[in-house]
Design a protein around this ligand. Sequence first.
Ligand code: GDD
Ligand code: MN
Length: 363
Amino acid sequence: MDPLTALGAALAAAHFGTPLAYYAVAKRWLKTPWRVKLDPSYAPAVTVAIPTCNEARHIEEKLEDIYRQDYPRDRLEIIVVDSASSDGTAEKARRWGAAHPDADVKVVEEPQRRGKASALNAALAMARGEVFVVTDADCRWPQRDALRRAVSWLADPGVGAVTCLKKPAADGPAGVETGYRDRYNVLRLAESKKWATSIFHGELAAYRTELLRKIGGFPLDIGADDSHTATQIALMGYRAIAAEDLWCVEAVPRSGYHRWRIRRAQHLLQHFLKTPVEEAPPPMRPILLAEKYLHHANPWLLPAAVAALAAAATPPALALLATGAAALVFRSYRAWTAAQLYLMAAAVKNLRDKELVWEKQDK
Ligand code: GDD
Ligand code: MN
């Protein structure tokens, strides 16, 4: 085989082989026990923080969603932090609070939009709960006992943070959203069982309030505020887990899907860039190492492989390229390829603009 064909084949093998190997390892972790002492009756004071920026369409339903929870109402505080919405979000939240005097709803209005993390820090500063829960305005909790389930994992003093698994509300273009989520959830669960997952979800993320305060709150320079705080808590030696019995439905944008995926990839890249593997407790190190590699380095092997094979233009090289293109009929492969493109676009965009304050994609 000529050297260029061999190089292209080797790059392709590494690009696809490493994540497959990691997935195989993760499947083994999935079979191990949790080593967490759950207590479904544990009911500490909880603060639910909802950051909002132009969420008038969603805020009432979101508040209803929390109100419907079977969590003891006298132990539940809701803080809406609105950043200068122009659509009357704060006003709607305040009116909802007045109409539900049995719910403890506080509405904080920031005169200026300084980003989601900054809004969450305002909520954290005044939170009375032992547990601090973050939820996006535009997502739903399909389980009436979502809060109780989340909190029950925190009954174990070794667990510092808990998040949900995600079901997309729509398939996304060419099914790439669902294709991506299936594998993704397996990884989140497997990493959680091993020690901690370094990717958390703003749909429902519950933290021990004191630990959030200890790490200085939500980071102002990293878009993935949810994942980064959870990971910092894991670096302190606590478990940060996606719970197997906790599901959220994630709204998928009707337009601007690609931009949305790229922005979120930008935020994850920022998070992994600032996460030091060597400071992690030993069981967390392989997880962080794999995720950092898969997000930052591995995507680039794909265009390198394609370029080498195209330049070689030998019959085996062309056959490999044709196979790679034909495989796009498979949804998981399509989802994988799309994710690689989003990550590369995100890395480039991060050089110019970190998108820490972003334009909302309509859902
Ligand atoms: N107060 C405030 N100030 N809230 C904000 C701001 C802000 O500057 N920017 C966004 N939010 C709120 C939104 O109103 C929404 O409730 C939540 O933060 C998430 O923002 P979306 O615009 O809906 O973003 P998403 O659907 O892509 O969210 C996902 O990705 C984000 C990171 O890219 C979720 O996982 C988020 O939790 C995550 O932060
Ligand atoms: Mn959203």
